[in-house]
Design a protein around this ligand. Sequence first.
Ligand SMILES: [Fe+2]
Length: 261
Amino acid sequence: MKELTPEQIHENWVKLINLIKDTFSEEYPDNRREKLLNMYQYFEDRMCVAPASGREHFHYAHVGGYVEHVLHVVDCAVQLKELWEKNGATINFTDEELIFAAMHHDLGKVGDMDKDYYVPQESEWHRKNRGEIFNHNSELQYMTVIDRAIFLLNQFGIKMTEWEYVGLRLTDGLYEEANKSYYISYNKDWALKSNIAYILHQADSMATHIEYDEWKRGEEEEEVRVQGNVENIKKAVTMEETSDQLSQKSKDLFNELFGDK
Ligand SMILES: [Fe+2]
């Protein structure tokens, strides 16, 4: 499974804070930039180590995965917006609105004001056999991730525009049952009046699938490494060698299996 070094976790955090400073204006509304920085400062210790999901085959279920995923979705959203625009789409929202919604679509995964959303899975069996790395914290009041995101922003007095709300609210696309009436409407007046939701949903989906691919490749590389070690053991036990040679080979194999990778 992917592991980030403390330096990488710190680097991602700095990138996130710089993104806030570079994107959000002090003017709109009531110095939102400062309120956002207050919120991020409040959650810093918990947010910078939070995972983006609980199971290893989902996406970025590792320490620091949340911030990494958010940065990834923002990056994909900005690229996709340009692609939509180049292909003739109407873009009736600003980059600030797009980045605000992308940046907070999973904010609920940080937890509530005091407690984490994900807690480490204590059972070794569940970690190994079911890939459950983190569990949902049973002490939290149930809320959807998006409801919790809006609740948390509200705690810090952070306002959002209508397009930011629509984008944030609909990022999960039709994976969220409650979004159906927004996406599927037979009344033309109720159709979405901005492409922000489609772009954000594509960005989240794209980032998530790429993160899965990254995990899968890591697993395959690990499998090849383990298989290589098994083959070496098989060879060693079938070789006719002097006891000195075997003793040296055992040491080499031990180092290969348990030494530094
Ligand atoms: Fe996401």
